[in-house]
Design a protein around this ligand. Structure first.
Ligand SMILES: Cc1ncc(COP(=O)(O)O)c(C=O)c1O
Length: 396
């Protein structure tokens, strides 16, 4: 038996959720025909013209480090893209291309947070923000949203959590895992609170191109007085189905970007050249692929929501992103137990909300990353399972 060195991990390392993922992986071992509604990784392929641009770039020798901030043409395309969608006017030198938006979170947190600083994060809200804060030895302050208001964050809620130690406010819009889009007027009110209390805002707008109905995303940095105190974080993974290429970025004011760029350089040197060329093709080429994918998720969203309603499972109304956040505790068991049963007995993979920054073990996040026929099949498999769990846990 090898010597257990767990106790030697740094105190700042907190391994909260590993056991759930490991347990689910153990259950999945040996199962076939699993319907995967777990990770936020589109089943749709990267559009062919983007793949072709990557292949061409390789043929042309894009096999080296690039400019540390990212290839200039890509940063220009990102700046143009942000502006075209009502965002701030960023100079290409104030944009840093990163290996996924994920790394950007850690670069920003390590660059801005001192031990003891407080970072306000919506809860539920994408969990790596917690991890980035914890590795920076900062204190995470969860702002809990609830299903009654479709998990909408409000300025009042933000204000109620502010202390003299508050330094950063994270906005995830649309939100992962809830799919909530914060209304533009509410974003403006939240921005006012940020200005009033001198907060830096990290505005994660990675799902901004994927919204449904008449929901739209107000880019935070474009609001009056917000450019100087906002870091916009985004990437190509979601809108262009490019998760595996690993291209994200952050953009901010000239007072912050050089220091953060230096940290990013220490982490990555630069983002993979081939991926940057593919990203350039994505942003500067035809955009109908984004709209097609958006419509695909929209249709899937309706099917999954209707299916859950037919099972009597309440869920958030997904206004953006590609997830449905469902309250499975109505069946009588916590979400973590439900997910294990779902995988073992129905061969449907989804993770509990606790993995996505929720501290209430009631919700499951179901990704819209399977074709409609598979989503219908998942609902059909859930029907007897939900009935069985309900029967087992019926009050005597
Ligand atoms: C809200 C949010 N931000 C950022 C990311 C990071 O994505 P990537 O690193 O692929 O750019 C994700 C991935 O799921 C996400 O859900």
């Amino acid at each position: 038996m090898p010597h257990d060195m767990t106790a030697r991990l740094a105190r700042r390392v907190k391994l909260k959720d590993a056991h759930i993922i490991t347990r689910m992986a153990d259950i999945a071992e040996g199962l076939t025909d699993v319907i995967k509604l777990g990770r936020g990784d589109p089943d749709l392929d990267t559009p062919p013209h983007i793949v072709a641009a990557g292949q061409q770039a390789l043929a042309d020798g894009a096999t080296h480090y690039t400019h540390p901030l990212g290839i200039p043409a890509l940063r220009q395309a990102i700046a143009d893209n942000i502006r075209a969608h009502g965002g701030a006017d960023y100079a290409p030198d104030n944009i840093v291309v990163t290996p996924g938006g994920q790394q950007a979170m850690f670069v920003i947190a390590l660059g801005l947070l001192d031990p003891g600083d407080e970072i306000l994060v919506p809860c539920p809200g994408y969990n790596p923000y917690h991890q980035a804060a914890e590795l920076s030895e900062a204190t995470v302050v969860n702002i809990r949203t609830t299903i009654e208001t479709n998990f909408t964050l409000t300025a009042e809620m933000v204000r109620a959590h502010i202390t003299p130690k508050s330094k950063i406010l994270v906005l995830i819009n649309p939100n992962n895992p809830t799919g909530t889009v914060t209304p533009p007027a509410e974003i403006a009110r939240i921005a006012e609170v940020a200005r009033e209390h001198d907060l830096i805002v990290i505005s994660d707008e990675i799902y901004a191109r994927l919204t449904y109905g008449n929901h739209t995303v107000q880019p935070v940095a474009a609001l009056p007085g917000m450019f100087e105190r906002t870091i916009t974080l985004s990437g190509l993974s979601k809108a262009y189905a490019m998760t595996g290429w690993r291209v994200g970025y952050f953009a901010g004011p000239p007072s912050l970007i050089p220091a953060l760029a230096e940290i990013n350089h220490a982490f990555a040197i630069s983002t993979a050249a081939v991926s940057q060329h593919a990203a350039l093709a994505a942003l500067s080429g035809p955009q109908d692929c984004v709209e097609e994918m958006r419509q695909t998720y929209d249709e899937r969203r309706r099917v999954l929501c209707d299916g859950l309603a037919s099972l009597g499972i309440p869920h958030a109304d997904p206004q953006g992103a590609f997830y449905v956040y469902a309250d499975v505790s109505v069946t009588g068991v916590p979400a973590s137990i439900f997910c294990e049963r779902l995988l073992r007995d129905a061969r449907v993979l989804a993770y509990p909300g606790t993995i996505y920054g929720d501290y209430v073990d009631s919700y499951v996040r179901l990704s819209l990353t399977q074709p409609i026929a598979r989503i219908k099949e998942a609902i059909a498999r859930m029907r007897p399972l939900v009935a069985a769990i309900r029967a087992e846990h019926k009050p005597a």
